[in-house]
Ligand binder design. Structure first.
Ligand SMILES: [Zn+2]
Length: 457
């Protein structure tokens, strides 16, 4: 997506060697601030790059100091352990790497859910992947635990725990992993920290490797659709923070819990804003790695590169709509909204013979009216779970490390094939993630059947 740069973004200011922290700051530490795509949140980037270590840390800076402090203390503790390992190491074939980044999964006036992804590679040892995640009450800055969210209702907590166990045992079955007694593992304490996802319609626990289940089970995200437990969540705190359907309402069809459909770890790479001059090169790369991807196309660019679209289709990639002229769809007239969708669907149909059934609204911006138009056309909205912010950092290494840091089973990774740096990052992403056992599938294969008008992942 082409984002509108605010002055802050390219006013990136480098402040070298003046960052204060308790431990002795290595002399090559740099930091700078940049806007994030999340409303009200900026990022502070800290980098260290020398013979011993290659570190990139992205801290969220929200409007609430208390939230910022909790997250940065938690990140700093992990980083200090990493620095100690680096200090103690004696052999340096190549630098040890650490990448820490974050994703916001829920951001309303009342609630904020954040996941921090940590990837560390200490030469030779397995890359360690960890997560930390919280839901905050945005006003007070307090962490909302499961007990707060359920207002101390044991019945509610039990319902959520039992839904979580079901989710895990299903995943284990699908992955053909050995059965395991979840009663010992999944309880109130283990689930205390949670995030809200899917536009306020689900609770989730994005667990890193070995954080609850034995290491051999890999990473796992537990998702509980709120509709399945909403009768237990009729309390003011839950209503304030998430979308709790009223008891009289029919529960909404439960969309958007992407359950992995194959035993392996799978990821959907998605490329927006094309087709463009680098798209053919990208197709060559994807062919070479036998990776499938999904392209969200700008309708007005399609007819000039219809051959490229035919090639995408013939190689098993998925084609999606990304509007005709890339406006914020929630801000245009009903007529323009319809024509942004239809003109693009028609252009794609003209090129490859079929209309797409998925659409990514530019900037991830939509509202009920927009989703209704999608629904009427049998289309589902597809956003993303990992943003490489490749439009902001035209640097293949940064783009690669963000994609790799955010990767987990079921992730939808956002990139833009209109930037040569992004296309050049793809071999690095495919290599790194293949080594970790991932395969690359289309959005359709990642998510399975999608409900028209619903939003994924
Ligand atoms: Zn776009």
């Amino acid at each position: 997506m082409i984002l509108l740069f605010s002055a802050g973004l390219f006013g990136i200011y480098f402040l070298n060697q003046s960052h204060s922290r308790q431990t002795t700051a290595p002399s090559d530490e740099k930091y700078y601030f940049a806007d994030s795509k999340y409303s009200g949140i900026r990022s502070k980037f800290v980098t260290r790059d020398n013979k011993r270590e290659k570190v990139s840390i992205e801290y969220p800076i929200t409007e609430n100091e208390k939230i910022n402090r909790l997250i940065s203390e938690s990140i700093d503790k992990i980083d200090r352990d990493f620095q100690n390992t680096v200090l103690l190491a004696t052999v340096f074939d190549k630098p040890m790497t650490e990448t820490i980044s974050y994703q916001v999964t829920h951001n309303t006036s009342e609630a904020l859910s954040i996941v921090v992804n940590i990837k560390q590679d200490m030469n030779g040892a397995h890359p360690a992947s960890m997560t930390q995640f919280w839901t905050f009450d945005k006003k007070s800055g307090e962490v909302v635990g499961l007990a707060d969210f359920t207002e101390q209702s044991d019945e509610a907590a039990e319902a959520i725990i039992s839904a979580a166990k079901n989710s895990v045992s299903q995943t284990i079955k699908q992955r053909q992993q050995p059965e395991i007694d979840l009663n010992e593992i999944i309880n109130k304490e283990a689930l205390s920290n949670f995030i809200i996802t899917n536009n306020g319609n689900a609770l989730a626990w994005p667990l890193g490797q070995a954080s609850l289940l034995p290491s051999s089970y890999g990473e796992l995200t537990i998702t509980v659709p709120i509709s399945s437990v909403s009768k237990y969540l009729q309390n003011p705190t839950a209503r304030k923070l998430a979308n709790i359907p009223k008891p009289a309402e029919k529960p909404k069809p439960t969309p958007a819990t992407p359950t992995p459909i194959v035993a392996n770890k799978t990821i959907a790479l998605t490329f927006d804003d094309g087709p463009g001059p680098y798209t053919e090169k990208l197709l060559d790369i994807l062919d070479k790695y036998d990776a499938k991807a999904t392209f969200f196309l700008i309708g007005s660019k399609v007819s000039a590169r219809a051959n490229t679209l035919r090639r995408m289709q013939s190689r098993g990639h998925q084609l999606g709509n990304h509007s005709w002229s890339h406006p914020e769809l929630n801000k245009v007239s009903a007529e323009q909204l319809a024509s942004e969708i239809d003109q693009t669907n028609n252009a794609i149909k003209q090129a490859v013979g079929t209309k797409p059934n998925i659409i990514r609204p530019p900037y991830g911006a939509f509202n009920r009216a927009v989703l209704e138009q999608f629904r009427q056309r049998g289309m589902s909205a597809v956003v993303w779970s990992v943003d490489t912010r490749d439009w902001a950092d035209r640097n293949s290494e940064i783009v690669c490390s963000r994609a790799v840091a955010g990767a987990r089973n079921g992730a939808v990774i956002l990139m833009h094939d209109i930037h040569p740096t992004s296309v050049n990052a793809v071999p690095c992403i495919l290599n790194s993630l293949k080594q970790q056992g991932y395969s690359f599938v289309t959005v359709q294969n990642l998510i399975g059947d999608m409900t028209p008008g619903a939003v994924y992942p």
